[in-house]
Design a protein around this ligand. Structure first.
Ligand code: G4F
Length: 343
């Protein structure tokens, strides 16, 4: 009988980690996840995206800041695949505390690679690269050979993680692949990111629980896809005969203004009556236009996105309306309040 393949996911409690865990379980994998000890101490709140999966997952307490804790988990299980998704991933926060972002994102990736090299050199490794690595873009659309020019500590940390991953591939012959993922959203997105900030606030406005949406740069353009589609590309990258790097994107771009228009239109409201531009949500250095060319992923991985931008925003709006109608949005309000200065 074939043994189940074992996958380790760092960042399993996040949006991508939860969708990826579902996907791997559906493919018959034994799925393990690293979680911070603080998450184990507050499971009600911190496991909300994976609560429906808990009896099928193997969770291990470890911190990306502690090499011994990662070494300990990796030494005890023969993982076939490792998806390194955990990171401080909010760009605005990386301007507020660049030191923490660089420490966690760069050292965390290096610790994972070093521990795998030492203990499981045949384990296949996925690194969550980002379109933020392109930053001040040198060409449009961006593809795998477009030079990087990151514009935030977060983008810089991702370039370093990308280079580390490639170096372990080239120097030690490990199967290390990076996805260069453009923005990807869904109903499980954190409230600090602009898509979820908009849909959750619009739902509360519709139900009379909020009266305005304060937002930053309306002209910023992003290539937004659905996280459910994007985790499938991560898995496909680790099934190839050779490790490589791939852009994952829809190739379609929208402005933050269009995102607002669409979300308000879903609930028959005029966005101009509620949206207030607030300079506190502008970034010290902005990435104005991101749009990806995923030809390589389409050709080699056979991957393509299924959700359109409109379908995704509709799904997010419906989910946030339901949460608001059930009156269970006190938690959302609390979280937005917690993150008021950054989200
Ligand atoms: O939703 P965002 O915060 O995402 P951002 O900065 O593009 O980064 C996301 O996507 C990257 C690429 O995949 C990831 F690497 C990264 O980890 C993260 O998932 O902001 C999108 C755009 C920005 O241009 C921002 O300036 O929206 C603009 N924006 C305008 N007003 C706002 C706001 N962003 C936020 N978060 N809040 C606002 O009020």
């Amino acid at each position: 009988m074939n043994e189940k393949r074992k996958a380790l996911i760092t960042g399993i409690t996040g949006q991508d980690g939860s969708y990826l865990a579902e996907h791997l379980l559906s493919l018959g994998y034994e799925v393990h996840g690293l979680v911070r000890r603080v998450a184990l101490e507050d499971p009600g709140r911190r496991f909300d995206r994976i609560s429906h999966l808990l009896d099928r997952l193997h969770l291990h307490a470890a911190s990306l800041e502690s090499y011994p804790s990662l070494f300990h988990v990796i030494s005890r299980h023969e993982f076939d695949e490792c998806y390194h998704l955990a990171a401080q991933s909010f760009v605005a926060e990386s301007f507020a505390d660049g030191f923490s972002t660089l420490n966690t994102n760069i050292n965390g990736t290096h610790y994972m690679l070093a521990a795998l090299r030492e203990l499981r050199p045949r384990c296949r490794f996925y690194f969550a690269g980002s379109s933020e690595m392109f930053g001040k873009v040198r060409e449009t659309p961006q593809h795998e050979t477009t030079p990087f020019h990151p514009r935030s500590p977060y983008g810089i940390s991702k370039v370093a993680g990308f280079d580390l991953t490639r170096n372990y591939r080239e120097a030690y012959g490990m199967f290390c692949a990076s996805g260069i993922l453009f923005n990807h959203e869904g109903p499980r997105r954190g409230f600090e990111f602009v898509s979820r900030k908009v849909t959750s606030t619009v739902a509360r406005i519709k139900l009379g629980r909020a009266d305005e949406l304060r937002i930053g740069n309306l002209e910023a353009k992003r290539d937004w896809g659905h996280a459910k589609d994007y985790v499938q590309a991560m898995h496909l990258m680790l099934q190839q005969p050779e490790p490589d790097d791939y852009v994952v994107a829809t190739g379609v771009t929208h402005t933050v203004r269009e995102l607002c228009e669409l979300a308000f239109a879903e609930v028959d409201l005029d966005w101009r009556e509620y949206v207030r531009v607030d300079e506190q949500f502008y970034r010290p250095a902005e990435v104005d236009l991101l749009v990806g060319d995923a030809t390589k992923a389409r050709k080699i991985l056979g991957w393509q996105p299924r959700y359109t931008f409109e379908e995704m925003i509709r799904e997010m709006m419906q989910a946030d309306l339901q949460i608001a109608r059930q009156g269970s949005d006190t938690q959302i309000e609390q979280r937005c309040f917690d993150q008021r200065s950054v989200c």
